[in-house]
Design a protein around this ligand. Structure first.
Ligand code: TXA
Ligand code: MG
Length: 361
């Protein structure tokens, strides 16, 4: 596909007015958020929204998240994007108000019935629209200066790892967008939780806030969406199996407690991303592979913050494969990390090192 070339500027975090002016003029500006950088276009400008799909090489079947500031939420602006049903007495009103009070600005995206301003392009012709208020001061300033919402999918080429720094945005989209507003590294590092409130509340994409917490906030059960087996149409197209993936093949390994003592890695040039600090159980691997540790100190939030940048760095080095020890099961970010690593491995089975080689768990 040939993508129109643009001169990409790096704006400092203070240049929020310039970012808003570029957006108003139909430009594409990557904006920082607490989760990952988003590629923004003014929600009022269909041509700019088309250009977002082109720059990302994103299929039209994948709907966009609308990003608002608090000042926009509940105003006519939001009401035109979301069906007025919830703003008055719709079944969603209580839940939206509870989530908005508890989670926004923050890493939560809420899927609601669409309003007249949510175009078919934004919603991928579906009946709903996804909205969130991101927790990044510079981006909230841009939204307030713009006076309206933006669409902002993650600022990566389709199917690849989301960028968590301005440099990573430029690696993905330099020459395809007008600017990136450099707001520093993202503080959370994995994409927002997506919850639908259309029909039964359900988490469509795990993130920092998990279903248990969301259920407590809305006072009703929240289901977790079963992972789709293939790229067939489903509730949230971003849940495609192969998503958030580096070019290098990712192979998930079971937690080291299950390894056969002395099991060695295959022959080749491999990177080995272990979860906690290497110990004697993994020494054949840590001595044979380029070894990095995602969570050396038990700090899960730090692991989430580092994951995508680490995978990007390892991807650059062109290893034969990237072995990753799966994080333990757990709430919140642990679920999100396991989800992203599963997708990065295209849902291939988790393997266990044995003296007979790598075998499915
Ligand atoms: O943290 C985030 O959410 C980041 C930052 C930039 O805000 N954005 C992000 O956008 O991850 P994107 O487009 O890469 O992922 C959006 C996800 C996709 O899985 C998409 O299918 C889903 O949200 N989505 C968007 N609109 C939807 C809708 N109306 N119904 C169901 N899922 C929707
Ligand atoms: Mg994305």
């Amino acid at each position: 596909m040939s993508v129109p070339q643009r001169m990409t500027r790096r704006l400092s975090v203070h240049e929020t007015q310039q970012a808003a002016m570029l957006l108003r003029a139909g430009g594409l500006v990557a904006l920082p958020t607490e989760t990952v950088y988003g590629l923004a276009a003014d929600v009022r400008l269909p041509a700019a929204i088309d250009a977002v799909f082109d720059a990302k090489e994103r299929p039209a079947s994948d709907p966009l998240i609308v990003h608002l500031s608090h000042h926009l939420l509940g105003e006519d602006i939001a009401r035109g994007l979301v069906s007025t049903g919830w703003a008055r007495d719709g079944q969603w009103r209580g839940a939206v108000e509870a989530l908005s009070a508890a989670a926004w600005p923050g890493p939560l995206t809420v899927v609601l019935p669409r309003g007249p301003r949510a175009t078919d392009r934004i919603t991928a012709t579906g009946p709903s629209v996804a909205v969130r208020i991101p927790a990044h001061g510079a981006t909230l300033s841009v939204l307030d200066a713009l006076g309206d919402a933006v669409v902002a999918p993650s600022a990566n080429r389709f199917g690849r790892i989301s960028p968590t720094s301005a440099d990573a945005v430029l690696t993905e989209l330099d020459g395809r967008i007008d600017a990136v507003l450099d707001g520093g590294p993202c503080t959370i590092g994995v994409e927002s939780t997506v919850i639908t409130l259309v029909d039964t509340p359900a988490v469509l994409r795990p993130g920092a806030f998990d279903a248990t917490l969301l259920a407590a906030w809305i006072g009703a059960p929240v289901a977790t969406h079963a992972a789709p087996a293939s790229a067939t149409p489903h509730a949230s197209p971003g849940l495609l199996d192969r998503h958030y993936a580096p070019r290098t093949r990712v192979i998930r390994l079971a937690a080291r407690e299950t390894w056969e003592p002395g099991a060695s890695p295959p022959l080749g040039r491999f990177a080995w991303l272990c979860w906690s600090s290497p110990d004697e159980r993994v020494w054949p691997w840590s001595s044979a592979c380029t070894t990095l540790c995602l969570c050396p100190d038990g700090d899960v939030a730090g692991a989430a913050r580092r994951l995508y940048a680490t995978m990007r760095d390892l991807d650059e080095a062109c290893f034969d494969a990237l072995f990753v020890e799966v994080p333990p099961d757990g709430p919140g970010l642990l679920t999100a990390l396991n989800d992203r690593l599963r997708r990065a491995s295209s849902s291939t089975p988790i393997l266990r090192p044995t003296l007979d080689g790598l075998l499915p768990v």
